[in-house]
Design a protein around this ligand. Structure first.
Ligand SMILES: *[C@@H]1O[C@H](CO)[C@@H](O)[C@H](O)[C@H]1NC(C)=O
Length: 302
C-alpha cells in the first residue's frame, strides 16, 4: 500500500520533476560551455595551471567574471563595454595586487612654473599617436613598473614608484634607453631629461593646456573591475581617486554622443581596451577629474 502511495506521489510530481531535471541539465550544459570557454581562453592566452585544483579555482573566478561582464553589457546603461580579456581568471583583488605597483607619496614641494599656463592654442581634438610622439603599447607584465611605461618604455625597472621618481631616476642616471620614437631621444638612442614640471593639480583646464602641447604623465585610480575589463567606449566610472596607476594622457576629444574624453595610454597590452588605450570622460564636476586624472600630472622637460 505504501509503495502505491509513493508511485502516485511521484506521478503527481512528474511535471515538476521533469522541469527540475531540465533545469539541472541546462545548468550542466551551461557549465560545459563555460568550461569550454575557459579552455579556449586558456589556449588563447597560453595559460597553464599547476594542478587540477588551481584550474578549478581559476575556472570559478573566470565564471564569475564572465557573469559580471555579461550582466554589465546586458544592462547597457553605460557608454562603454566590458569584455573578457587576459585578466578574466583574476579576482579584482588579485588584479589590483599584481598590476598596480604605484605607491603614492604626497609631495609638498613647491611647484616649478607651469610653462603652458598662458596657452591659448587649445585645439578641439588632439591625438599624439598621429604625431608619432607615443611609444607602442607594451604589456608591463606582472611587475609594478607602470611609471616607466608612462612616457618612456624603460628596459629597466620592476619597481613601483611615482612617475616623477621615474623621471628623477632617469635624470640621476643620465639617461635610459628608450623606444626609437620617444621624443626625447638623443642620437645614441638614450634619452636625457633635465627635469620635470607638474601640471597644477585638480584642474582639467590646466591639464588640457598641457596635453594640447605634449603627452602628459597622469596618475589614476585604475583598481575597479570596470577598469579590469574595460573594452571600448568612453569610460565614465565607477572609480575612486586612490591613485594607483601611472599612465599617459596622449590626447583628448569629443565622442559622437557629445561626451568629452581624455585619450589615455595604458601598459596592459593591445588586448586590453581600445588597442591598449582607454577613453576616459573629461570635464566632470569633480575637480580631481574622473579617477583622479587631474590630481597628479607631470611632464619631463627636455
Ligand atoms: C603668464 O602670464 C602672466 C601674466 O602676463 C605672466 O606673469 C606669466 O609669467 C606667464 N607665464 C608663463 C609661463 O609665461
Amino acid at each position: 500500500m505504501a509503495s502505491f502511495g509513493q508511485n502516485q506521489c511521484i506521478l503527481a510530481l512528474m511535471p515538476f520533476l521533469s522541469a527540475f531535471i531540465s533545469l539541472v541539465m541546462c545548468r550542466e550544459l551551461q557549465e560545459t560551455s563555460l568550461s569550454n570557454k575557459h579552455e579556449q581562453w586558456m589556449a588563447k592566452y597560453g595559460k597553464v595551471y599547476k594542478d587540477a585544483s588551481e584550474k578549478e579555482k581559476r575556472f570559478q573566478i573566470f565564471k564569475n567574471n564572465v557573469a559580471l561582464i555579461e550582466s554589465f553589457n546586458a544592462a547597457g546603461n553605460k557608454p562603454y563595454k566590458l569584455a573578457i580579456n587576459q585578466f578574466a581568471d583574476q579576482t579584482n583583488d588579485e588584479f589590483k595586487a599584481s598590476r598596480n605597483g604605484y605607491f603614492r607619496e604626497l609631495r609638498t614641494t613647491t611647484e616649478t612654473s607651469f610653462k603652458y599656463e598662458n596657452e591659448t592654442a587649445v585645439p578641439a581634438t588632439i591625438d599624439w599617436r598621429k604625431k608619432e610622439a607615443v611609444t607602442p603599447i607594451k604589456d608591463q607584465g606582472q611587475c609594478g613598473s607602470c611609471w616607466a611605461f608612462s612616457t618612456i618604455d624603460a628596459t629597466e625597472g620592476c619597481m613601483g614608484g611615482l612617475m616623477e621618481d621615474g623621471f628623477q631616476f632617469i635624470i640621476k642616471n643620465g639617461g635610459i634607453t628608450t623606444e626609437a620614437n620617444y621624443p626625447y631621444k638623443a642620437a645614441d638612442g638614450t634619452s636625457k631629461i633635465k627635469g620635470y614640471e607638474k601640471v597644477p593639480a585638480n584642474s582639467e583646464a590646466a591639464l588640457l593646456k598641457a596635453v594640447a602641447n605634449q603627452p602628459i604623465s597622469v596618475s589614476i585610480d585604475a583598481s575597479g573591475s570596470a577598469f579590469q575589463f574595460y573594452s571600448s567606449g568612453v569610460f565614465t566610472g565607477e572609480c575612486g581617486t586612490q591613485l594607483d596607476h601611472g599612465v599617459t594622457a596622449v590626447g583628448y576629444g569629443t565622442a559622437d554622443d557629445g561626451t568629452k574624453y581624455w585619450l589615455v595610454k595604458k601598459s596592459w597590452g593591445t588586448e586590453w581596451g581600445e588597442q591598449g588605450y582607454i577613453r576616459m570622460q573629461r570635464g566632470i564636476d569633480a575637480k580631481e577629474g574622473l579617477c583622479g586624472i587631474a590630481m597628479d600630472a607631470s611632464y619631463p622637460t627636455a
